[in-house]
Design a protein around this ligand. Structure first.
Ligand SMILES: [Zn+2]
Length: 282
């Protein structure tokens, strides 16, 4: 009895300590931060899939990226990588088809001082498997998803670039379900999920107001190559190409009005310049 009391008191103290550390870390955050995580690359893509010739593209390869937004009121993880952390047996790099990752995601999150259990909100740009690899790890967060996207993900036979086992745990997650609409995550306009369907039924992008960098739009797969932006071409495998074009027009008007930068998630040049976790963008 005594022993059990001592043990539970120790466990309680440890729990309080963990809680205090997480609370202290969060309390120390006075302005919005953005952490960039490196989730590897995609090489050997056929430009034809994107309606380009090799000569028309400056760079054919993709980088894979995910982001953590830390706000004074909580955290939002956006996307979750292309290779599952569990596939790193004895270190990296891990190559799966055309994708290669040199490091797992959760240790990068830990380097920033967070574990999935500290994450308040989880959102993905869309369900393609180069964005969902570690989605199951974030099932304790509140999942922000468009209804059309969720319906497809948990439909009878989800087809395409999709691996349902990577996100199956989200089915039971606390969910903020959106109906082709935007969502101001922390209520002050600093972190806003914006509906941008077409690439998938409920594709979404993320607007973040950073104190020093200024407003940034994390574009997900609204575009893959900067050349899509200048030519207006869309990939061959869009869920709804006309919807993609309408979403692009809407988001371009928004970023013009907001004076925001646009960061294409797969663009190597954009992310080469950015600091990586544990450093962050302010
Ligand atoms: Zn995609």
């Amino acid at each position: 009895m005594f022993r059990r009391t001592v043990f539970s008191m120790a466990a309680f103290a440890l729990a309080m300590l963990t809680l205090t550390t997480a609370q202290q870390r969060q309390a120390a955050v006075k302005t919005v931060r953005l952490y960039v995580f490196e989730n590897g690359s995609i090489r050997g893509l056929d430009p034809k899939l994107f309606n380009f010739t090799r000569e028309e593209l400056k760079e054919v390869d993709f980088t894979n990226t995910s982001y953590l937004i830390v706000h004074p009121k909580g955290t939002l993880m956006f996307d979750s990588g292309a290779v599952e952390d569990s596939h790193f047996k004895g270190g990296g790099p891990v190559t799966e088809g055309i994708m290669t990752a040199t490091k797992p995601l959760l240790p990068q999150l830990a380097s920033a001082g967070y574990t999935p259990s500290n994450i308040t909100y989880f959102a993905m740009s869309h369900y393609h498997s180069d964005h969902t690899a570690n989605a199951n790890a974030f099932a304790s967060a509140t999942w922000i998803v468009q209804k059309a996207e969720r319906d497809f993900m948990f439909g009878d036979k989800p087809e395409g670039i999709i691996q349902p086992a990577q996100y199956s745990a989200l089915k039971g997650a606390k969910t903020k379900l959106l109906n082709n609409e935007d969502f101001d995550v922390f209520g002050d306009g600093a972190v806003v999920i914006k509906s941008a369907p077409g690439h998938t039924p409920g594709h979404q992008v993320l607007f973040v107001k950073l104190p020093k960098t200024g407003p940034v739009l994390l574009a997900g797969d609204l575009y893959h190559y900067p050349e899509e932006r200048t030519t207006g071409r869309v990939p061959t495998f869009e869920f709804n190409a006309e919807q993609s074009k309408a979403s692009r027009a809407k988001i371009e008007a928004f970023i013009k009005q907001a004076g925001a930068q646009l960061w294409i998630e797969h663009d190597i040049a954009t992310h080469a310049k950015l600091p990586k976790a544990p450093a962050f963008v302010e």
